[in-house]
Design a protein around this ligand. Structure first.
Ligand code: UDX
Length: 494
């Protein structure tokens, strides 16, 4: 089939290449000329495992091309237009900004020839009610609308597109349009349907709700376990053991029960806020008022990391050398949108700490968004001279760090494991003061509350004897990197 894809971000670019790999003829459209130029050369503009292979083979097949300015002829014979543009949080509040969706629909309407049986398929995450509004504009012009939400996770985008765990069609209340829309999508996804992937056919509001409800559920599950982490902190309980025990009940399950610094990214935070905003508009605010708590618990985890950092530094964050392991909102991604790791790093920097951020893939984004933060790609070099280490994104290379080699680099072996990703026993055995979130504190340290005294053997923070190199009056290159001048954060460059 002849397909267009409006919006070539994580979702759209991957969708376009995957549709070409299924044998369709695909035109990817994006206003960002630089992105289009890269994609046209087969270069992936962001980090996404497996995407480069599928993009290159789609380009080689001649079935995929990209443009920033589609001509009327480009669009005239397209049978199915996918809309995969972003719906960011609006600048003025919680609601989603739908201007990119509207612009895509305007473009289709401007080029559609009378009498053609064009189908528009919405994949962007939108507030419930949007599809019905759009159909009111499209149907009088003979254009059919289907709402077909996507559930792809960054880091698994290709797998989630070609082997999704379900396909949802939201169809028009008009029978003719519903029939046409279903037939078109069945043809697009013929191979997936033949492979037995469950397909749920429903109406517009249900399809729109499936997406936000799924993300709201996942966010709630994470905040639930993080709420339990707060209770563990108040009682001397251990949230990792608690989650392990809860998850064995297969009605609960282990997934998305990892307590830590909380969720971030381009979807979960903004989707739950947009859901609350939409429910308020609909007069159904009470139905999702718990999502405000979900958001609040999530934000409190970031505050908690900063509080633990402050206490472990005996109140003096200003001037402290702090290494933050992680900037991406989760491992296997270079995405820093609403990243808890980067937010904590930025806030510590704002309070005068000498912060050095380490991440395998996201440092370009750190430089672009926060040029005042010092960065280092190599984890051991990043630890050089640190008085406090925070692990905030659980990349494998951080989780597998050798605590003995790491202890040798820092000036004070104290680590806050914001993802509960490390083995506390191994780190303590190597001389570290290990602090997990929702786990008990090391007895005898300044962090211990009286209630928790019985839980752990006394581990005191030991200051390592400075090595000869450190006693030297010339600071190492790594130490100088910590002392980079503090500049205003939040400056957007480029
Ligand atoms: C999410 C949904 O999973 C996906 O279905 C939807 O289409 C888009 O939004 P994504 O944003 O890629 O996908 O990330 P996800 O893997 O869901 O993780 C979201 C955040 O939750 C990350 O910051 C992650 O670190 C955090 N998380 C996840 C936890 O803090 N604990 C967990 O147990 C799981």
């Amino acid at each position: 089939m002849r397909i267009s894809v409006f919006g070539c971000g994580y979702l759209g670019a991957v969708h376009a290449a995957c549709m070409a790999s299924l044998g369709h003829d695909v035109l990817g459209i994006d206003v960002d000329r630089e992105k289009v130029a890269k994609l046209s050369r087969g270069v992936v503009p962001f980090f996404e495992p497996e995407f480069d292979k599928i993009l290159r083979s789609a380009m080689d097949s001649g079935r995929l091309r990209f443009t920033a300015a589609p001509s009327a002829t480009d669009l005239a014979d397209v049978e199915v237009h996918f809309v995969t543009v972003g719906t960011p949080q609006s600048a003025t509040g919680y609601a989603a900004d739908l201007s990119f969706v509207e612009a895509a629909v305007d473009t289709v309407l401007a080029t559609v020839a009378p009498g053609t049986r064009t189908v528009v398929v919405g994949k962007s995450t939108v507030p419930v009610g949007t599809a019905e509004d759009l159909a009111r504009r499209l149907e009088p012009r003979g254009v059919t609308l289907v709402w077909n939400p996507e559930f792809l996770r960054e880091g698994f985008a290709v797998t989630d597109t070609l082997r999704p765990n379900r396909i949802v069609y939201g169809l028009s209340a008009n029978e003719e349009h519903a029939r046409r829309g279903q037939a078109a999508l069945d043809a697009v996804y013929a191979q997936l349907i033949a492979a037995g992937i469950p397909r749920i056919v429903t109406n517009y509001p249900t399809a729109e709700l499936v997406k936000v409800a799924a993300n709201a559920f996942l966010a709630t599950k994470i905040s639930f376990i993080n709420g339990m982490a707060e209770l563990c902190e108040a009682t001397g309980g251990d949230v990792v053991d608690l989650a392990e025990a809860l998850g064995h009940d297969d009605r609960i399950g282990h997934r998305f029960l990892r307590a830590g610094v909380g969720f971030g990214g381009g979807c979960l935070p903004k989707d739950i806020r947009a859901f609350v905003a939409r429910a308020e508009e609909l007069g159904a605010a009470d139905a999702v008022s718990f999502l405000r708590q979900v958001d609040a618990i999530n934000q409190r985890r970031r505050d908690r990391v900063i509080e633990l950092a402050e206490r472990s530094l005996k109140g003096s964050i200003a001037g402290a050398r702090i290494t933050v392991l992680g900037a991406a909102f989760k491992p296997n991604s270079d995405d820093v949108r609403d990243s808890p790791a980067l937010d904590v790093a930025r806030r510590l920097h704002d309070r005068g700490a000498l912060v050095r951020v380490c991440d395998p893939k996201a440092l370009d984004a750190v430089h672009r968004l926060h040029p005042g933060l010092a960065t280092e790609r190599d984890p051991l070099r990043a630890l050089e001279g640190a008085e406090l280490t925070l692990l905030l994104t659980e990349w494998t290379e951080f989780a597998e760090l050798d605590p003995v080699a790491a202890a040798d680099r820092v000036s004070r072996p104290v680590i806050i494991d914001g993802r509960n990703a490390l083995d506390p026993g191994r780190w303590r055995a190597a001389g570290w003061t290990y602090i997990g979130l929702g786990r008990w504190f090391p007895a005898g340290s300044a962090l211990q509350s009286p209630r928790q005294a019985y839980r752990e053997p006394v581990v005191t923070v030991q200051r390592r004897k400075p090595r000869r190199r450190e006693r030297n009056s010339v600071p190492s290159r790594a130490d100088r990197a910590f002392t980079r001048p503090v500049t205003a954060l939040g400056d957007r460059v480029g």
